[in-house]
Design a protein around this ligand. Structure first.
Ligand SMILES: C[S@@+](CC[C@H](N)C(=O)[O-])C[C@H]1O[C@@H](n2cnc3c(N)ncnc32)[C@H](O)[C@@H]1O
Length: 274
């Protein structure tokens, strides 16, 4: 039996409070398909029993499990191509030129999911900018979902996952076969620091500053006030000459006018001069 309107309201209030994710009415099927397997794994029998247990707030592990299940973690290597071309042709060459004296770069992948995006960037850096070998490159990758972060940290991907966007020469060079799967080599993995991080929290002052922030394909799940709050925080943790990437379907326009588009080819932004 499907969930009631009241149960759906409880779950949508819950995920909005925990992760700022908006679940509009009409998404009942999503709640049922995502939470049904959790109820089964937890031995609770039905989704109704799971929701009843969630209401008691007695079980922090269940809260984490349900947040994990309600996030959408779709990603792939070199997703959308154009942002990575812009990183290669313009953003990294410019940053390297401007940071030549300090020899330090700070990068944040703020909705890293299972790791394909940060690993794509790490390969792009290795392949195109060998001069960075002597630099301090700080590379932080975060996500609210502990489950996808665990996968990202391990760097193990199925054949299907590596077939999505990863050029064969890079697979051969940076991955090793592990049974039926592929694991990112230790050198590439050690470039990245993984951390659980909720973008809906107040984070100005807690991290940064960064030269480059990837905030791709996550703002679509938030309402406008949350997007505005997050972009305001991003502006403060981005160095004044830094770059912010959003997903292809996302924009700062009508949300935070202090950003200006850097190119017509992809969603890359810079803070406007004061
Ligand atoms: C669709 S994936 C995008 C992955 C990658 N950036 C890309 O573009 O391929 C969105 C990610 O945002 C994460 N997410 C959702 N709400 C979040 C929040 N409040 N704080 C941090 N991460 C969040 C999800 O767990 C998910 O892994």
């Amino acid at each position: 039996m499907g969930i009631s309107a009241e149960e759906f309201k409880f779950v949508s209030d819950f995920i909005r409070a925990e992760a700022a994710i908006v679940l509009e009415p009409g998404k009942e099927y999503l709640v049922e398909t995502r939470l049904g397997p959790v109820a089964f794994q937890q031995g609770m029998g039905t989704i109704h029993a799971l929701i009843a247990e969630l209401r008691t707030r007695r079980n922090p592990a269940l809260v984490t499990r349900v947040v994990d299940a309600l996030t959408t973690n779709e990603t792939s290597f070199f997703r959308d191509v154009a942002p990575f071309e812009h990183l290669r042709k313009k953003v990294f060459p410019e940053l390297i030129e401007r940071r030549r004296a300090e020899r330090k770069l700070s990068i944040w992948c703020a909705a890293a999911s299972s790791g394909q995006e940060p690993y794509s960037m790490a390969m792009l850096l290795r392949e195109n900018f060998p001069e960075l070998a002597g630099w301090r490159v700080e590379f932080l990758a975060t996500d609210i979902s502990t489950q996808v972060l665990a996968k990202a940290r391990e760097g193990i991907y199925s054949q299907l996952e590596v077939n999505r966007g990863l050029p064969a020469p890079l697979l051969v060079k940076y991955f090793k076969k592990s049974g039926l799967e592929w694991q990112v080599d230790e050198k590439l993995r050690s470039l990245i620091t993984w951390k659980e991080f909720n973008l809906a929290q107040k984070f100005y002052g807690a991290i940064g500053p960064f030269d480059l922030i990837m905030l791709r394909n996550v703002m679509i799940y938030f309402d406008v006030p949350t997007k505005r709050q997050i972009l305001g925080n991003m502006r403060r943790v981005l160095r004044p000459d830094g770059y912010l990437f959003l997903g292809t379907a996302e924009t700062t326009i009508n949300v935070d006018e202090s950003f200006a588009s850097d190119t017509l080819h992809t969603a890359c932004y810079r803070v406007k001069a004061a």
